[in-house]
Design a protein around this ligand. Sequence first.
Ligand code: ZN
Length: 490
Amino acid sequence: MSAFDELLAFQRQTEALSSIAERLGWDQETVMPRGATEQRAEEMAAIEAVLHERRTDPRLGEWLDAATPEDAEDQRIVELITRDFQRASRIPARLATELARITSLAQGVWAEARANDDPTTFLPVLHDVLALKREEAAALADGGDLYDALLDDYEPGATGAQIAALFDAMRPRLVALREDVLGAAFQPRPLAGHFPQETQLRLARTCATAFGYDWSRGRLDLAVHPFSSGQWQDSRITTRVVETDPFNCIYSTIHEVGHSSYELGIDDDHAFTPIGRGVSMGVHESQSRIYENQMGRGRAFTGWLFQRMSDAFDGIDLKDADEFHAAVNRVTPGFIRTEADEIQYNLHIMLRFDLERDLVSGRLDVDDLVEAWNTRFQQDFGVAVDRPANGMLQDVHWAVGLFGYFPTYALGNVYSGCLHQALCRAVPDLDQSLALGDAGPAVEWLRENLHRHGGLYPPRQLIEQASGGEISEKPLLDYLEAKFGEIYRL
Ligand code: ZN
């Protein structure tokens, strides 16, 4: 066996074990008995220990040194294993264990602090998480920028400076559009009523099918925070139900179908190799967003959905497909990122990005975070935060050490703008299909141009290849202005 073959065989087992760990996580969030948390924590810790050992196994270094990849694909595989090996090796085992312990603890403290609406218990533990993350960043950065080192985990190749410039370019047009929309004479009516869980879930399944979800390799379950999980022959989705707001369930489902379609669309040849999964969080989010927003909340698809919903619920309190489309896309002031519309969502991300960059660099102290958040929110949204649970306590990310993750959401939106522009050019009759509840032609185009490659190309290159041009915020902003201009009759 050549060094490269040995490397690949070893990696295949590591990937399979990591897939098992992910399945345990899925189980925990969906069907695991409530009383099993301790047992699951021990099971997870055991498998994580095995994974850490494999990822830092000294034989990897030897195989990597001796490997002679034959083509660009093998070259990329070697590059990705090298990258993971170097990152894993740079982090001392003590730090990795301590981070796992403190973030698991911090998650519980955060949940309680949020429930009690009181940040005082959470801030000391967040302080510890941040200290460890900065230590990790310093180990990874090797003299370079700390934030960039963390960001690299989620969006390889991206830098904080690059993202700051992108956000600076986006902000003025988003703020202006928000002002116009909120000040418009016409304001859409929200959908009101009671929508039983079983009917919502039936409808969610119908929507997942409309977006080409492969039920032979997936399933839909309930979870508190919807997510998708798994790849290759098994990528599952979850959703949630609020009986007063059926859009929550429907659009969470379509969003997660976007994530799963990406994983299920990757070429079988890549399975259980480092290129057998989505290449970055930003690219992943571009898929969930283009399914959910550009297609799912578009006029064509919502026209179809209006009919399905009217049938399923025996009539709804909106008079036609136009009013329905406006209700789906309604813009209202609000504190919560996950409830934000397509315009304000990006502004929520910018706030978090600036604050977490300052936290990681040391420019901002955890003790001043609540005030910094509130001041910034007032500046950006023109409203004072009424309570901490609606402010800096709303997201779990920092508690679990996910510094550098937030910008990938907005990056995903920007990528989805570029891809949507190219998709509309390539599939001119896309709206006709969507109006019939069939996203098939779009899914096919995305599979061909993006999904099937998995991790073969770096994120930016992949998006530029697929969209046929340089990455720019312009397509997204043009799309938002056109869409909301029409809905709000600007
Ligand atoms: Zn997502």
